[in-house]
Structure formats: C-alpha cells, structure tokens
Design a protein around this ligand. Structure first.
Ligand code: DGL
Length: 238
C-alpha cells in the first residue's frame, strides 16, 4: 500500500472533470491538483510552450511527493507526454489513449468526431491512434478553442455557449458521426449544451472515467492503492 497522493494537472479548471472521476473510482486516494490558470489556454500555444509548461507542472507535483501523475489535459497529453515521461520516474498517465479506446468501443457506424483545442487537433494524436486501432473508422476533427474560455467563465449553458456550439459542431454533424469525443477536459463542463446541439443520436465520449479506471488498475497491480477506509484528502493549487 502507498498512501502518497495522486497528482493531477491541467491548464485551468478543466482537469477537475477528471478529478471528479478519480474521486468516484478511488475515493480513498489523496489528490493534489494543479490548475495553471496563470497561463491558460494551452491549446493556442506551440508544442514547445506546452511541453515547457507541462514539465514545470510535473516538477511542481513531484515536489508534493505524488506516486503517479495524471495529465488531465488533452493538449499536454497529445503534445508532451513523451517529454514528461522522459523527465521523471513517476508513472505518467495521459487522457488520449483511454479516450481513443472508449471511442472505438462506442461507434457503430465507424464515423467518429473529435473536438479539442487547436494544439490537440494539430497533433493528430486522436486521429492516428483511432486509425491504428481500427483503420475502417473515419475520424473528423474540429478545434473548438472558444469552449475553453466559456468553461473558465462558467458560461456552460447559455445563449452564447449554445450559438458557439452550433457554429462549431454543425460541420461535424453533416458527416453523420454517431460518436463525439470530448477531447479537451474543459468540454465536459459544457456537456449539456454540446449534447443538446448534437442530439441524442450522437454518443458523447468523455475520456475521464476510462482514465481514472486505468490509473486504478495500474496502482492495484503495483500494490500502491491507498487502502485506508477514510475519504482521501484533496488539495487544489491554482
Ligand atoms: N483542458 C485542456 C485540454 O484538455 C487545455 C485547454 C486549454 O488550456 O486550451 O486540452
């Protein structure tokens, strides 16, 4: 057993959607969260900048003696995961692979939409990994940068967010997708608005739950779960 906390980071509040799932799946784990609100958004920045910030965030969490790090940011997961893994011995988990697996499981008509930040879409990570798993799946990606400030502002389901969603998503809907990956951890905060826009026929995939399960299975395998019966302590740094 290992009672050290799990570290989680994002550019801002979006990663809290992942923390929520971690708390559900591993209620006894201590969590240290870091939201880089001074430098949000990451999605409009270069790969080099995202990697530099990500490495700094890893160092910050490392200073809190964490036993594992969840990169609760698709932008950092799709651009900087290898650099982070090379910089530390602490196991690092991204959100893209669990999202890819969930999307491949969910689609029936083999047409998947992926929405994310400009940097995530530019990386092509979702597209190439989905195609690796199943070359028959057509992937349609769309950057939706305005969703991040809307989520940070708390404008998750008002006229402005609804119009923004229509503007971004109509093009994807014309491709007849039956699955839409919320490829940015801020987007589940707008889930209701996005869901209303795409309609019930399109399944929304939030990689957070699958990520939390992956981390739990890993820690269990390593005998590193916190087996205390008490609720975990959560600390938030912004
Ligand atoms: N929430 C992050 C993501 O999943 C970053 C959003 C941003 O800062 O642009 O990509």
């Amino acid at each position: 057993m290992d009672t050290r906390p799990i570290g989680v980071f994002d550019s801002g509040v979006g990663g809290l959607t992942v923390v929520k799932q971690v708390m559900k799946v591993m209620p006894h784990e201590h969590i240290v969260y870091f939201g880089d609100t001074a430098r949000v958004p990451y999605g409009t920045k270069s790969k080099d900048a995202v990697t530099k910030y990500s490495l700094q965030n890893v160092r910050f969490l490392q200073s809190k003696d964490v036993k594992a790090i969840i990169v609760a940011c698709n932008t950092a997961s799709s651009n900087s995961l290898e650099a982070m893994r090379a910089a530390t011995d602490i196991p690092i988990f991204g959100v893209v692979v669990p999202g890819v697996e969930a999307a491949v499981r969910a689609t029936q008509n083999q047409k998947v939409g992926v929405i994310g930040t400009a940097a995530t879409v530019r990386s092509g990570a979702y597209e190439s990994m989905i195609r690796q798993k199943n070359p028959d799946i057509a992937v349609y990606s769309k950057a939706c940068p305005l969703f991040v400030p809307l989520a940070e502002e708390g404008w998750t389901d008002n006229d402005i967010s609804r119009l923004t969603a229509q503007q971004y998503l109509n093009e994807l809907l014309s491709k007849d997708i039956d699955t839409l990956v919320l490829g940015c951890t801020h987007y589940p905060l707008l889930k209701r608005c996005i869901g209303t826009t795409v309609g019930e026929r399109v399944k929304l995939v939030d990689p957070a739950k699958a990520t939390a399960r992956q981390v739990r299975d890993f820690l269990a395998q390593q005998n590193q779960l916190n087996e205390n019966e008490t609720e975990g302590e959560r600390r938030f740094y912004l």
